[in-house]
Design a protein around this ligand. Structure first.
Ligand SMILES: Nc1nc(=O)c2c([nH]1)NC[C@@H]1CN(c3ccc(C(=O)N[C@@H](CCC(=O)O)C(=O)O)cc3)CN21
Ligand SMILES: O=c1ccn([C@H]2C[C@H](O)[C@@H](COP(=O)(O)O)O2)c(=O)[nH]1
Length: 283
């Protein structure tokens, strides 16, 4: 929690103004932020200085792991976070690759589960790394990459958290996740939850102890219309102790994740939080 608040302070105090053409808004921006989450001791990095919707964040992660490409499937799992990017972004609405309402195109999970090969086949990156780690193998390339520049024009948004690299040291699994662009008041709240939950889930289904999750952010920003709420409201609040994340121990395989898992299989214990704050969202 302290590292999140430190990043917010750093943005307010040292951020530089950058114009963003895609959204038409200015952002206070800093470059390079490193976050570390203690998954071994179940210190769930859920924001306490405002009520945070962790179920939406985990639903988004599960949707990526299932390879979803449609905002309706995300809604069924329990999150509306892709509605705006799928249906309200004018560049995407006029893109000939868009296949109707709710289509997100070839983004995130599509690349993770079905990266197209030259020969017509597809690569399932997640299956490969789960199989390796389940056998106790870390070939120093246990990577899930959503970043496919050859298909950016076929999706509604380039992936922000684009690469997840797992490492096995003895019987402990670690994760390093890379993010190119980070909306600190909104996106990061979700992304912290996702990096943590991803390591905990993969450790559970591959039979290892979870260790630490390292979250590396390049461009961290706050949009101009979010600054007042952050500076004058959220940053005046005292954080509470971090809660714990409980995952149904019956989840034992990638197939379980793909077939029957719902948000009821996740529980957060001892979550104390301040009042919600509604930050403006930029499409
Ligand atoms: N500008 C922008 N920021 C983002 O963080 C972001 C995007 N765009 N586009 C793609 C995804 C979608 N993500 C989102 C979208 C919406 C919320 C959001 O509205 N969060 C609210 C309420 C969530 C809820 O009720 O479930 C929040 O207060 O955290 C968060 C992340 C993260 N990403
Ligand atoms: O997981 C996510 C997804 C998106 N974001 C934010 C970061 C930016 O504010 C926008 C994406 O805009 P680009 O112009 O493509 O950088 O969405 C996030 O923080 N986390």
């Amino acid at each position: 929690m302290k590292q999140y608040l430190d990043l917010c302070q750093r943005l307010i105090q040292q951020g530089e103004w950058v114009e963003n053409e895609r959204t038409g808004k200015r952002c206070l921006t800093v470059i390079n932020a490193d976050m570390i989450y203690d998954v071994a001791n179940n210190q769930f990095p859920l924001l306490t200085t405002r009520k945070s919707f962790w179920k939406s964040a985990i639903a988004e992660l599960i949707g990526y792991l299932r390879g979803y490409d449609n905002a309706a499937d995300f809604r069924k799992l329990g999150t509306k976070t892709w509605d705006a990017n799928a249906n309200e972004n004018s560049a995407w609405l006029s893109n000939p690759h868009r296949q109707g309402v709710d289509d997100m195109g070839r983004v995130y999970g599509v690349q993770g589960r079905a990266w197209k090969k030259q020969d017509g086949g597809v690569i399932d990156q997640l299956r490969k790394l789960v199989d390796d780690l389940s056998r106790g193998v870390d070939d120093r390339g246990e990577i899930l990459s959503f970043y496919n520049p050859g298909e950016f024009h076929m999706g509604c948004l380039r992936p922000c958290m684009h690469t997840h690299n797992f490492s096995l040291l003895g019987d402990t699994l670690h994760l390093t996740s890379y993010q190119r662009s980070c909306d600190v008041p909104l996106g990061l709240v979700f992304n912290q939850v996702q990096v943590f939950a991803f390591l905990k889930i993969i450790a559970q289904i591959t039979g290892h102890k979870p260790g630490q999750a390292f979250h590396k952010i390049v461009n961290a920003h706050i949009y101009e219309d979010q600054i007042e709420l952050m500076r004058d409201v959220q940053l005046h609040r005292e954080p509470f102790e971090l809660p714990q994340l409980h995952i149904n121990p019956d989840i034992k395989s990638l197939e379980d994740l793909e077939t029957w898992v719902t948000m009821d299989d996740f529980e957060v214990l001892n979550y104390q939080f301040h009042d919600p704050i509604q930050y403006p969202f930029s499409v």
